[in-house]
Design a protein around this ligand. Structure first.
Ligand SMILES: [Zn+2]
Length: 79
């Protein structure tokens, strides 16, 4: 169990967020340097109201995944 506290704007209070289950899997189109890639991302959601919230760790995971896919798709180095 990986639990942290996050602020939820909709609930207007701090909520307990569990990184292992409080998320939705969504497919998102992201654009980097003119290339569009489709990434399956974990969107953090508030366990109380199901509103999307921000979680740094999940955001970083998404970014890493996106960069890998981008490099695979373009055959270039991202940086
Ligand atoms: Zn909430």
């Amino acid at each position: 169990m990986e639990q942290v506290f996050h602020w939820c704007n909709k609930c207007d209070q701090e909520i307990k967020f569990n990184r292992n289950k409080d998320f939705e899997i969504r497919n998102e189109a992201l654009e980097f340097k003119g290339e569009i890639i489709f990434v399956e991302v974990k969107k953090p959601i508030c366990p109380k109201c199901k509103e999307e919230i921000f979680d740094e760790k999940l955001a970083n995971e998404t970014m890493k995944k996106a960069v890998k896919l981008w490099e695979k798709q373009t055959g270039r180095k991202f940086k």
